[in-house]
Design a binder for this molecule. Structure first.
Ligand SMILES: Cc1cc2nc3c(=O)[nH]c(=O)nc-3n(C[C@H](O)[C@H](O)[C@H](O)COP(=O)(O)OP(=O)(O)OC[C@H]3O[C@@H](n4cnc5c(N)ncnc54)[C@H](O)[C@@H]3O)c2cc1C
Length: 257
């Protein structure tokens, strides 16, 4: 067990101190909710049983035209490795905070660049699962096991032009603590635009607010709480539904109630 204080560990700086099981070997973790870098989660005061992958799963191995990456490997390490070995397909890791497990589980990405684009297979407690056998789409996968390792195709040639473009695309992200985009973009529209139209850009409850820089980022201005986050999420869903008849879907994962 490891005690994690989610008010410092999570990117949005919300949550209490929780005992989290450390997973040291490949095993069935179905009684637990996996936590990676906590860059996309909101931990309630009553979280489910949590587990995190141990150091053994923080690795990168090259195997011909493939790269094997452990589920606990942070995005920054993957980016540095790709640069150092002049490898393509990992430029997306630039300022995409997270671990391999969380990034694959969320099919994280930016516009048409998603982690699944070059994924070959994942290793769970049930063995290797090929990409073709996984359902995935924009910020969605149907993976319900633990991602211990992921295998990607790669080739020579780290693309610095792409890297610069990712840097620019992320320029409008607020500097305050957040969990990334709060809602998924609905088909053909942007959650940030809808929140702006219904008057929620900059809207604040206590120390939590929808950012003035980008309305779809729920930001913590100091001592924001889980309850304040829930109030803002509810308000946003209600206003957007009343005005546009669109049901906003959360991108952030809420752990507990
Ligand atoms: C400033 C900022 C910018 C961001 N920008 C982007 C962006 O441009 N694009 C984007 O897509 N996201 C973005 N995000 C969100 C975040 O980077 C991604 O969702 C990332 O995938 C989270 O990884 P994590 O390891 O922190 O996962 P966590 O937040 O810890 O968990 C996310 C989900 O993955 C599951 N999970 C974690 N590890 C495993 C595992 N080993 N096996 C199975 N399931 C697991 C968790 O149960 C949870 O459901 C941003 C976040 C921040 C704070």
């Amino acid at each position: 067990m490891k005690t994690i204080d989610f008010s410092t560990y999570s990117s949005i700086k919300i949550g209490g101190t929780v005992d989290v099981k450390i997973i040291k070997k490949i095993q069935d973790c179905s009684d637990y909710t996996l936590v990676g870098g906590a860059n996309n989660i909101l931990v309630s005061p009553n979280p489910p049983k949590l587990a995190i992958l141990g150091k053994k799963f923080n690795f990168i191995k090259i195997d011909g035209d493939f790269l094997h990456i452990g589920g606990a490997t942070p995005s920054g390490k993957i980016l540095s490795y790709a640069k150092r070995h002049d490898l393509a397909n990992f430029e997306l890791m630039q300022k995409l905070p997270g671990t391999m497990g969380g990034i694959v589980c969320m099919n994280a990405g930016l516009k048409e660049w998603e982690i699944f684009n070059h994924l070959v297979a994942i290793k769970t407690q049930s063995g290797w699962i090929k990409k073709e056998d996984i359902e995935y789409s924009y910020r969605y996968t149907n993976i319900d096991g633990t991602i211990f390792e992921a295998k990607f195709e790669t080739s020579q040639g780290f693309n610095y032009t792409l890297l610069e473009m990712f840097k620019k695309l992320r320029d409008n992200q607020p500097k305050f603590p957040s969990a990334g985009s709060c809602f998924k973009n609905p088909n053909g529209d942007f959650a940030g635009r809808l929140l702006d139209v219904v008057g929620l850009k900059g809207y604040r409850v206590g120390d939590l607010a929808f950012s003035t820089t980008h309305a779809n980022f729920l930001i913590n201005l100091g001592n924001g709480t889980f309850e304040q986050a829930k109030t803002l999420i509810k308000e946003a869903k209600q206003r957007v539904f009343e005005k546009f008849k669109i049901e906003l879907e959360l991108e952030i994962k809420v752990l507990g109630h």
